[in-house]
Design a protein around this ligand. Sequence first.
Ligand code: CA
Ligand code: CA
Length: 583
Amino acid sequence: MKRLFRTCLLASAMAAGLGLSGPALAAEGPGNDDLLNDAKTTGDVLTYGMGLQAQRFSPLDKLNPESVKGLVPVWSFSFGGEKQRGQESQPIIHDGTIYVTGSYSRLYAVDVKTGQKKWQYDHRLPEGIMPCCDVVNRGAAIYKDKIYFATLDARLVALNKDTGKVVWSKKIEDYKAGYSATAAPLIVDGKVITGNSGGEFGIIGMVEARDAETGELVWQRPTIEGNMGTLNGKESTMTGVLNASWQGDLYKTGGGATWLGGTYDPETKTLFFGTGNPAPWNSHLRPGDNLYTSSTLAIDPANGDIKWHYQTTPHDGWDFDGVNELVSFDLKKDGQTIKAGAKADRNGFFYVLDRTNGKLISASPFVTKITWAKEIDVKTGRPVYIDDNRPGNPANAEKGKPVFSAPAFLGAKNWMPMAYSPATELFYVPANEWGMDIWNEPITYKKGAAYLGAGFTIKPLYDDYIGALRAIDPKTGKIVWEYKNPAPLWGGVLTTGGNLVFTGTPEGYLKAFDAKSGKEVWKFNTGSGVVGSPVTWEQDGEQYVAVVSGWGGAVPLWGGDVAKLVKDINQGGSLWVFKLPKA
Ligand code: CA
Ligand code: CA
């Protein structure tokens, strides 16, 4: 009824506007309920994660391990430009249009049927931006008549979804201090919710909510203990307790960037945001747990208050950013259904938490080698450290004792999102097997300069593969099947009711696997490395699949010996759309 009323209003408004000059009216677009239902509605993809819980599961089953063999490209769309860098985006699909972001803070609207461009927005980036790990963007958000995305100069931009014209543009933080933004925003109850990037520059991690209509700030929640939150323009509550886990003034430059954005669970009305490494990397310069870095924070979307936290790597000394997404799911165990959340952490452990209170249910390794901790104690929820394997204290020397550490700081799993299938009750985790030589160095904070106090070289662990797509049973923590890939995996995962798992490879392929057996059942080479997240939807009775192609991201920049192995992969920038041929 409400929808019908809106549509009528809109129609009359449009009729009244005929022949008049003035701002173009955009069609209404999806509302809050549409976003909440996104995982169930197969005709569109309205949210990053294919549902706010970010299971990346579609119930669609026209494509299955048999029929997928006929999957062919419909069209490919080039992002253009001379600078082709990592394309880590997930497309949004609404009403016949694909909205997709590209490197260098670009956003495109493309016709689903023809691949023809409707509009393009190129954000004008200032000189001196400081993205740590390539000029990527992970995707846009849609709400009512606007499209939202974050830009490398740490701004949040809202565009008219039909014209690409800027409606508002707000500064998240000062790019000159090392802040940037790459995450796909999340929209809950009319608020655009984003994180920030810059953990390598001694920034303060933050989650913030803005009014989707006006861009005005509603609340901010710093991730580092001792910093003050805001609500409606006033101070609200302090994050944690001043100096409880940070000494002196270190909390003012403590890191904890929320660079991957978050997920939302409508059942418990909770936002989940992962937080990055404490700054600097050299852990001897900041005694204590350094809350709430390398953690998952459960946040109240109404006011930004922290409901609970779970820290995966207290006193992180390896850049084990805990930003990895917490995916809500029903854990069926011992005859009970538990409101759980799972997180495949950069530190190598796959955590299952009770998402109503943050209590640890289980933690199991999902890579073959973990040197920094023996295990996670389920009673205390804390890691059992192997102290000798922490990089040594340089004190006044140039360099502390180096150690070989696994996983490498690029993580057992980095940014690339996993998927969960309620049909198979398995998680599909894009993992990497690598280690690093790492050592600490003295460092002092300087605004806008790298704040690491560490040196490193990443090395592969095995000759025949680095990447491993692993199916994990959250009830047992056991790996049910795996697919090994020569190059590191750096793209997102999609799973479907048709018993399929899709993911991309740096070698250029989008691949499909049987979700139960792990058997590879289809592949297509897109011409450059695939490090984006595939999506699927249905249009006019046909099931489509889309993914962006374009090699880049952190591996070529920071991958050490692994970067050398993949140096011959060509860059690119394009959107590919697939479906079965018409019978
Ligand atoms: Ca949907
Ligand atoms: Ca980091």
